[in-house]
Design a protein around this ligand. Structure first.
Ligand code: UDP
Ligand code: MG
Length: 317
């Protein structure tokens, strides 16, 4: 019987400073286990020396595979590429910056052996994050989970173990705007939770600033809920009902007390208020229509420029 293979999928964008430390650590941990392993580094259009570093790592360890995307496609796309190409029986997506502690892989494997198809890592301590990030993340999860069809567990990232059949399920989702946290939840399967405390980045800088996070949150919400579109119907009903009552009260007042001229300011405020409300509604529709448009192009999620597995095979021809 062949041993199960573990695939580590690591999207990398400008990670030259941490890759050596990361690789040493993860290879150490994987070689202790009784399974065979492969590490897929997906270089997502790095502008530093990440590509050269990975190439070097891959040439020194035949279990390491380089997948070089043709440009920066974003973490979700890089992760998707890794999941598509991984060959293992269990797949573990992990960040390169050592914020996801590789030690947890032992616990993942134990849970998997108990029969779970998904083992997620839950951050119990976000002290490495800024207060603003903690608050906004919390708001995002609360809002998303209130309106979306699938719940994303609080404080759970992409770091997890999934089995081959979960990956096959994920590959059935054809969308090209891929909000992986949502996609992972959407496919379901028997899930176990392992807790850990999140460390600050070992080196380098986070690629996610405020604006990118905001767009990421919008992606998550629009990918898994149409509630923001539908709320306008009810708001419209509500506003119509109020204006109807208001109109009736004005007619009544005019009949009882005669014409009353003042009211310019309140009129202006109401016009501006509803102008604003309508624009927000239109903007929300725009968010969905834009995504519908992008989705309708059916573009691939990523383009691979180089795969070291191909190069190795070619060399053997
Ligand atoms: N990443 C990527 N493409 C990007 C941005 C990030 O592949 O466009 C990778 C990055 O190299 C890291 C992981 O995604 O391995 C998480 O990114 P980061 O640490 O910047 O995010 P944070 O931990 O701050 O949320
Ligand atoms: Mg990070």
């Amino acid at each position: 019987m062949t041993l199960p293979t573990i695939s580590i999928v690591c999207p990398c964008h400008n990670e030259q400073e941490v890759l050596h430390a990361f690789t040493d650590k993860i290879v150490g941990i994987l070689s202790e286990s009784t399974f065979t392993y492969e590490i897929l580094f997906v270089n997502d259009g790095s502008t530093d020396d990440t590509l050269a570093v990975i190439r070097d790592l891959a040439s020194n360890n035949s279990n390491i595979r380089l997948i070089n995307l043709s440009r920066n496609f974003g973490k979700e796309a890089a992760l998707t590429a890794g999941l598509d190409l991984a060959q293992g029986d269990v797949i573990i997506p992990i960040d390169a910056d050592l914020q996801d502690p590789p030690e947890l892989i032992h616990d993942f494997l134990l849970e998997w052996q108990k029969g779970y198809d998904v083992v997620v890592a839950k951050r119990v301590d976000r002290s490495s994050d800024t207060l603003a990030k903690k608050i906004t993340a919390n708001l995002f999860y609360r809002f998303h989970n209130t309106i979306a069809d699938v719940e994303i567990p609080d404080n759970v990232g992409d770091f997890r173990l999934i089995t081959r059949r979960v990956v096959s399920a994920i590959q059935l989702l054809p969308e090209n705007q891929r909000f992986m946290k949502g996609i992972f939840s959407w496919v379901g399967f028997k899930t176990s939770v392992v807790e850990y405390s999140r460390q600050p980045r070992a080196a380098g800088e986070s690629s996610f600033n405020g604006w990118r996070l905001w767009n990421f949150a919008l992606e998550g919400i629009t990918s898994f809920s149409t509630a923001p579109l539908r709320v306008w119907l009810y708001l419209g009903f509500f506003v119509s009902a109020i204006s109807f009552l208001f109109g009736a009260s004005i007619i009544l007042k005019t009949m009882l007390f005669g014409v009353d001229i003042p009211g310019y300011a309140s009129l202006l405020i109401i016009v501006l208020f509803f102008g604003g409300i309508q624009l927000i509604g239109l903007g929300v529709m725009g968010e969905y229509i834009g995504r519908l448009y992008m989705e309708s192009k059916r573009r691939p999620v990523y383009i691979i420029e180089e795969d070291s597995a191909d190069t190795k095979n070619d060399a053997g021809d």
